[in-house]
Design a binder for this molecule. Structure first.
Ligand SMILES: Nc1ncnc2c1ncn2[C@@H]1O[C@H](COP(=O)(O)OP(=O)(O)O)[C@@H](O)[C@H]1O
Ligand SMILES: [Mg+2]
Length: 165
């Protein structure tokens, strides 16, 4: 969290750490969990929030860190309209394209399960922010990998279903 913050990623401020006690004290970010408000915002504001989320995830990937749990529950929309990204417990170093694609894949699943009616539009907005940081070439490569991961998932689901039937 400290090194991401130094690199300009909008994570909470770390206030105190006691490694022996396994304690991290961090700033409480004011605002609303994005998951709870995304549908209540007007489309423009919802899109702007998703662009900002895409930028934060893009910045993390640019610095070689995958978040590990990119969901709208792990983002806070601050009263100023900024986005803060939380819950870095599953984050890891990006070793290959797949690590980055898994973050985007999870976000798509969250859009499908929790924000179904606006999922396509919100994904476009997220990708716009992500592209702003990492460029079109990287985005296209990541999205190709995401398609591959989704196909793999579908294959496993179909095999599971055929076993049940
Ligand atoms: N620094 C923070 N500031 C404000 N709210 C937070 C902060 N950290 C966590 N929360 C709130 O607590 C919830 C759970 O925390 P989180 O770190 O996401 O843990 P987990 O999802 O693993 O239970 C978040 O969705 C958010 O609502
Ligand atoms: Mg969480």
């Amino acid at each position: 969290m400290l090194s991401l913050r130094e690199r300009g990623v909008r994570v909470p401020r770390v206030l105190f750490v006691d490694p022996l006690a396994g304690l991290i004290v961090m700033e409480k970010v004011e605002g609303a969990v994005l998951r709870d408000v995304l549908e209540k915002l007007d489309r423009e504001e919802a899109c702007r929030s998703m662009i900002l989320l895409g930028e934060e995830v893009g910045k993390m990937h640019k610095h070689g860190v995958a978040h590990g749990d990119v969901t709208t529950s792990n983002a806070i929309l601050e009263p100023s309209g900024s986005i803060r990204i939380l819950d870095l417990g599953l984050s890891k170093h990006v070793e290959d394209l797949e690590d980055a694609a898994v973050d985007v894949h999870l976000l798509i699943r969250v859009l499908e399960s929790s924000h179904y009616s606006i999922k396509e539009e919100m994904l476009e907005c997220f990708m716009e922010g992500y592209r702003k940081i990492l460029g079109d070439y990287w985005l296209r490569n990541v999205m190709e990998k995401v398609s591959e991961i989704r196909m793999r998932g579908r294959y496993v689901e179909e095999r599971k279903l055929s076993r049940i039937a």
